[in-house]
Design a binder for this molecule. Structure first.
Ligand code: GDD
Ligand code: MN
Length: 364
């Protein structure tokens, strides 16, 4: 067995009737041995039944998933079931040009690359009858993935891949963009093949706004996968900034509305901001790993932060007493300066602690 063609389907009865004989013909003409794997999510229009009824005549196998839905996970199921050493993924609605199948797999067979991806945006490629709006959406979706892979068309959905490069790779895409996931995670040699995308003639598209939202979330996760430190830093800044906003709002409210002394108000602001940040870190952790126990984790987090809080109060006190910064709005400035100095102090302390810990470890 050489090639496994994976067709994810949901309500495509008219299309499978046409695409299965057409693909089989191409395989025959080109002398390619292979199987067609239909991965159907329990379509209500009898897609699986129609596909299965063709199995006597054509090399087709049908797998029905009863409790799961989704294009990308259907493709992954296809990878699992595939017997061939090359997997080709394509839409079942005849949008991807089946006559390109040989061109998609030849570079892999000849060892020129590990993955081929169909592209509408290189010379020879294109889209039939697309509105300007659709073109703009498609182009900008591609643009957002620029930092992830050298692909002119990461959202086209037409791909062939040498199966062994998928081994040991954990694929967990959200939504549809399995091509991007495979390209980013396998980090392999890539070639783009020009394709002309034509709109379906039967049935309807399943691409909705949920799929578009999932794409953005998926991109975020893949950027995190590829550039973990940058994404961690952005997260760290966002969480820190939100904590700063919470802290300052509480401080200002207490001083302006209840006439608290800013140093006293800072104490309340600190506790609320620490709780805010702690919970935010739990919902949206910097590193994925085992979670600390909520209560104990909170106490130790608050204790660690309170060292910096001491520095902050000291600075606020100094600026208020000796630089006349107690009045509105100057106390806000003294508080911000205190927060920055306190955070820096916390940062240095934690660096020193981990530094000494590592020294102790090497001595042991
Ligand atoms: N098993 C399974 N489960 N298959 C699904 C599901 C699902 O939940 N949703 C869609 N499919 C199948 C469809 O049956 C079809 O074979 C293929 O996935 C593509 O779905 P379409 O509904 O035809 O999507 P599209 O034409 O709007 O989008 C296609 O073209 C876009 C490029 O403009 C896809 O290839 C997109 O990935 C691509 O971005
Ligand atoms: Mn389609």
């Amino acid at each position: 067995m050489e090639l496994s063609i994976i067709l994810p389907t949901y309500n495509e009865n008219e299309n499978v009737k046409k695409i299965i004989p057409k693909i089989s013909q191409i395989l025959k003409d080109e002398g390619i041995t292979g199987e067609i794997l239909v991965i159907d999510d329990d379509s209500v229009d009898g897609t699986a039944y129609v596909a299965q009824s063709l199995a006597n005549e054509y090399p087709v196998k049908v797998h029905v998933r009863k409790n799961e839905r989704g294009l990308a996970t259907a493709v992954i199921k296809g990878f699992e079931l595939a017997k061939g050493n090359i997997c080709l993924v394509m839409d079942a609605d005849l949008s991807h040009p089946i006559e390109k199948i040989p061109e998609m797999i030849n570079p892999i067979i000849h060892g020129q690359c590990d993955i081929t991806v169909g592209s509408r945006y290189i010379s020879g490629g294109g889209c039939k009858n697309w509105s300007l709006r659709r073109k703009i959406i498609s182009r900008s979706s591609g643009f957002l993935a620029r930092g992830l892979a050298k692909l002119s068309d990461p959202t086209g959905g037409f791909m062939a891949v040498r199966k062994d490069i998928l081994e040991g790779i954990k694929l967990d895409p959200i939504g549809w963009k399995i091509v991007l996931e495979v390209v980013v995670k396998t980090n392999s040699r890539l070639q783009e093949i020009p394709i002309v995308f034509s709109d379906r003639q039967f049935g309807t598209s399943k691409l909705d706004s949920k799929v578009k939202k999932e794409y953005l979330l998926h991109l975020w996760r893949l950027y995190g996968y590829k550039y973990p430190h940058i994404i961690q830093f952005i997260k760290f800044c966002l969480v820190g900034l939100s904590g700063l906003l919470v802290d300052t709002s509480v401080l200002v409210s207490l001083v302006e509305l209840l006439s608290f002394d800013p140093r006293f108000a800072a104490l309340f602001a600190f506790f609320i901001a620490v709780s805010w940040n702690y919970n935010l870190n739990r919902i949206w952790p910097l590193q994925t790993g085992p979670k600390e126990k909520a209560y104990a984790g909170y106490i130790s987090f608050a204790l660690r932060c309170s060292i910096g809080f001491g520095v902050r109060i000291g600075i606020m006190h100094f600026l208020m007493e000796y630089a006349q910064m107690g009045k509105s709005p100057w106390y806000i400035f003294s508080s911000l300066l205190g927060i920055f100095a306190g955070s820096f102090f916390n940062f240095m302390v934690s660096k020193y602690v981990s530094f000494f810990k590592s020294i102790l470890k090497t001595r042991k």
